[in-house]
Design a protein around this ligand. Structure first.
Ligand code: PEP
Ligand code: MG
Length: 888
């Protein structure tokens, strides 16, 4: 018979797929001897079985649950529904990947009109027993029977008001009894049934509800965002209850074994005295920091610290634990690898190596390259004198500016329209997830460092401030006030999630610097990786960033930006409008020293590292005014200024613009086709590059220029262009009386180039795969049209797994890269190969490039650190290459 149910002592941490993350952990903790309340796990397979059986718990599963329950009852000496020693259990979801707050939980199950009396007697605390019972009715009715929590809260609010109470602790046992009777009436009215009194019936209803919650809307959205497959299903953990609300020697809390924001090695977290777990998560009472526990209950604190050490030694990673103290006794309810900011991930990984707990490769594997992006974002300029409006808890670091919105739907709407928004709420719930996704940052007036908003924001790398109690939020009238200051919907604020400060208006920000731990981790990545990482940089400032972030050279310098400088555009236009070769040469002569200056700056910044410079690529009309606008202007002048020189000039310009207009510029007169028709343009560029190289060399800095020809599709194109480059180089070297090495290579960005790479390699010292254009030409998509019109539909309807312009299409574009590398190297075994499309900074493409044997990837300077780590991970996962290549 298939096993669907596992007692906690029957599982272990390798059984995540079957037991879910939480179940596997509970089993593991039980086995290493931690104080875990006993219970059993209903497997993810049982969940799938439930769906396969048309949402039915089959006879086999039912039998196994009853048998496990029997064991649990024997172990604890309590029985479900027993009127002397009743067993109370929690029923919690637990999927393979953590999905915080997305699915359902029921606590105190087993309570009914009889067992509540037993609990009162056993604990000698009638008030507590009836409070627990009413919590149970409320939660069960909401989660299992699907009733809106509002009915219960409204009733309770009215009850408190009537009695003149301010808070729940003022309610007496008799008050709770009265509330319970009214709660039951709500159930009867809204659910058209009596509140179930049979604990076994309660149990099976709750198990069903947890299975069903796998497919609630928020869980589905969360899975989509985090790319968690739908077929995994959730496990259900049934565990005996312990109580944190049995008086001032009880409590409940959440602790991280290290600081999840900064990574510092200190016990971190918060707890509430005399409270149940949901009080912490719901953020209704603001919890105390964990060190207060040391004062309140020194022995429990000592045991907690020791337990944390044991957990870290065992799991070899930072843990996020939930604990409860029941009458001075510590119980660990769950532990998992704690979610952390990028900054903390790095610090923890590096520290764990230094503490001898993990090795360097494990440390590298602990950091997700994508996460590093967070650290390379802007933060508030420290020279700026801040005038914070107010301060909350620094729940997730980073700074952000945006307009204030008070509702998740609104945040989503404005975010989609391109506005930067900051979502301000009393607290967030899993139903706000779409609004959080669309916001720059989140601010809540309630809740602590482990509230929903804080956990979700940290996971997404968004700035977040919680528990900002001075913030009076008026959701209905769309405004918040702090003292006398009123901030309305749509006004701009800036927040600093690292300090918890909220400021009015927009504030100057500065670029981030790499921390010492970050540099250390990257140095380990460099020791491991054997894939080079270069940067795409078009000017000395970007080149400087690239060098600072550890790029091994420039893989793509797009020279068109040098033509687009506003001061140069008139000369560029003169060059394009030239009627004769001589006229064009004159304009080019003016451009040459300007471009030479740019190249000198770039060579200086790169200090002898290779610099790949691509000759002019875009079609010429991109440097001329817009055709439509010009037409309007000419028509206007024809009516008002007939015969004027201005009109004549504009008419001439219009004629040229019309001549140069293309039906499909993406496939038009661009790339090396420009160099073939106007060789003097390419010659000027090459001259500027080599003059710059000669000057920098004479000043004592090494140079490694690599000239790259764009959009080659036929060997004859490259042959012609190569000759031009070589002849120009010889002239410059003679003129300047200096010798330097240089390479001439090509981009591979049309399929024909990849398919004839064996021929092309005869004329190329290197290939650089331009996967932006290669994706366009392989799919036959024009990127602007595709992304603007139909690609979203393709992705939504799963015709394509991802946007191929963001995530490399391994099957199609990837196959052309493989073919290109293989054919190219069949001609020239030492042919250098790289990638310089946007994919060069994407972790999956980087892995692919490594597997395909490319020598380097090139990406935006800000993604260089990420690429260095991703390259190291590719080596760790796929093994080292035999041939060492030079990679800085
Ligand atoms: C490419 O096509 O991938 C490329 C790098 O060139 P560009 O994006 O400038 O067309
Ligand atoms: Mg291109």
């Amino acid at each position: 018979m298939k096993k669907f149910i596992y007692l906690f002592n029957e599982g272990n941490s390798d059984m995540r797929e079957v037991l879910g993350g939480k179940g596997a952990n509970l089993a593991e903790m039980t086995n290493i001897g931690l104080p875990v309340p006993y219970g059993f796990t209903i497997s993810t397979e049982a969940c799938n079985h439930y769906y396969e059986s048309g949402k039915n718990i089959s006879g086999i599963v039912e039998q196994q649950i009853l048998a496990a329950l029997n064991t649990l009852e024997e172990k604890t000496g309590k029985r479900l529904g027993d009127i002397e020693h009743p067993l109370l259990v929690s029923v919690r979801s637990g999927s393979v990947f953590s999905m915080p707050g997305m699915m359902d939980t029921v606590l105190n199950l087993g309570m009914n009109d009889k067992t509540v009396q037993a609990v009162a007697k056993l604990t000698n605390n009638e008030r507590f027993a009836y409070d627990s019972y009413r919590r149970f009715i409320q939660m069960f009715s909401n989660v299992v029977l699907g009733l809106d929590i509002f009915y219960f809260e409204q009733l309770l609010d009215e009850f408190r008001e009537k009695k003149g109470y301010k808070a729940d602790p003022e309610l007496t046992a008799d008050d709770w009894k009265e509330v319970i009777e009214r709660y039951k009436l709500i159930v009867k009215r809204q659910a058209r049934m009596e509140f179930p009194q049979n604990p076994q019936e309660q149990l099976f209803l709750a198990i069903r509800a947890v299975f069903d919650s796998w497919n609630n809307n928020r869980a589905i959205v969360y899975r989509r965002i985090h790319k968690i497959p739908d077929h995994l299903g959730t496990a259900v953990n049934v565990q005996s209850m312990v109580f944190g609300n049995m008086g001032d020697d009880s409590g409940t809390g959440v602790a991280f074994t290290r600081n999840p924001s900064t990574g510092e090695h200190q016990l971190y977290g918060e707890y509430l005295i005399n409270a149940q777990g949901e009080d912490v998560v719901a953020g209704i009472r603001t919890p105390e920091p964990i060190h207060v526990l040391e004062k309140d209950m020194p022995n429990v604190y000592k045991k907690l610290v020791a337990t944390c050490q044991l957990l870290e030694q065992h799991y070899k990673d930072m843990q996020d634990i939930e604990f409860t103290v029941e009458r001075g006794e510590l119980f660990i309810l769950q532990t998992r690898n704690g979610k952390r900011t990028a900054q903390a991930a790095i610090r923890i990984a590096v520290d764990l190596v230094k503490e001898g707990i993990i090795d360097k490769e494990t440390a590298l594997l602990r950091v997700d390259p994508e996460q590093l992006d967070q650290l390379l974002h802007w933060r508030i300029d420290h020279m700026f004198k801040r005038e914070p409006l107010t301060k909350g808890l620094p729940a997730s670091p980073g700074a952000a500016t945006g307009v204030v919105v008070f509702d998740a739907d609104e945040a989503e709407k404005l975010g989609k329209e391109g506005s930067k928004v900051i979502l301000v709420r009393p607290e967030t719930t899993p139903d706000d997830i779409h609004g959080i996704v669309a916001s720059q940052a989140i601010v809540t007036s309630r809740g602590g460092m482990t509230s929903h908003a804080a956990v979700v924001a940290r996971g997404m790398g968004k700035a977040c401030i919680c528990g900002c109690e001075k913030l009076n939020i008026d959701v209905k009238n769309k405004r918040f006030t702090v003292g006398d200051t009123v901030v309305n919907y749509g006004e701009t604020i800036t927040i600093d999630g690292s300090t918890g400060e909220i400021m009015l208006g927009e504030i100057p920000m500065i670029e981030p610097k790499l921390s010492e731990e970050f540099k250390e981790l990257l140095s380990w990545a460099d020791e491991v990786r054997d894939l080079g990482v270069r940067a795409n940089a078009d000017n000395p400032t970007d080149a400087q960033k690239a060098f600072e972030f550890g790029a091994g050279g420039i893989g793509l310098c797009r020279t068109e930006h040098m033509f687009m400088d506003p001061q140069r555009v008139p000369i560029v236009q003169k060059m394009i409008l030239a009627e004769t070769f001589e006229e064009r040469k004159t304009a080019l002569k003016e451009l040459l020293p300007m471009q030479q200056g740019d190249f000198e700056g770039i060579f200086e910044e790169m200090q002898g590292l290779p610099v790949t410079i691509r000759l002019l690529d875009p079609p010429m009309h991109e440097f001329l005014p817009d055709k439509e606008e010009l037409l309007v202007e000419v028509t206007r002048l024809q009516l008002t200024e007939k015969g004027s020189p201005e009109l004549e000039e504009k008419e001439l310009l219009l004629k040229k613009v019309q001549q140069l207009a293309e039906v499909n510029p993406m496939l038009g007169h661009r790339g090396c086709r420009l160099g073939v028709v106007f060789p003097e343009i390419y010659e000027m560029q090459v001259r500027a590059i080599f003059y710059a190289a000669a000057n920098v060399l004479k000043r004592g800095t090494a140079v490694k220029p690599e000239i790259m020809i764009p959009l080659v599709g036929h060997i004859n194109e490259l042959q012609r262009m190569r000759r031009l480059v070589v002849e120009t180089a010889q002239q410059v070297m003679r003129e300047a009386e200096v010798e330097f090495d240089y390479l001439v290579g090509t981009m591979i960005e049309v399929p024909r180039a990849a398919l004839t790479a064996d021929q092309i390699a005869e004329q190329a010292d290197f290939f650089s795969f331009g996967t932006n254009d290669l994706t366009q030409t392989t799919f036959g998509f024009s990127r602007d049209d595709a992304e603007g019109k139909f690609l979203q539909t393709y992705i939504e309807q799963k015709l394509l797994p991802d946007n191929p312009f963001a995530v490399l299409d391994r099957d199609g574009v990837g196959k052309l890269i493989e073919t290109g590398v293989k054919l190219g190297r069949s001609t020239k075994s030492n042919l250098k190969t790289g990638i310089c499309g946007e994919h060069g900074g994407e972790k999956s493409a980087i892995e692919f490039c490594y597997m395909t044997g490319l020598d380097y990837v090139s990406c935006s300077p800000y993604r260089v650190p990420l690429a260095r780590l991703a390259a190291a991970l590719a080596t760790i996962r796929h093994g080292k290459k035999k041939v060492e290549i030079s990679s800085r």
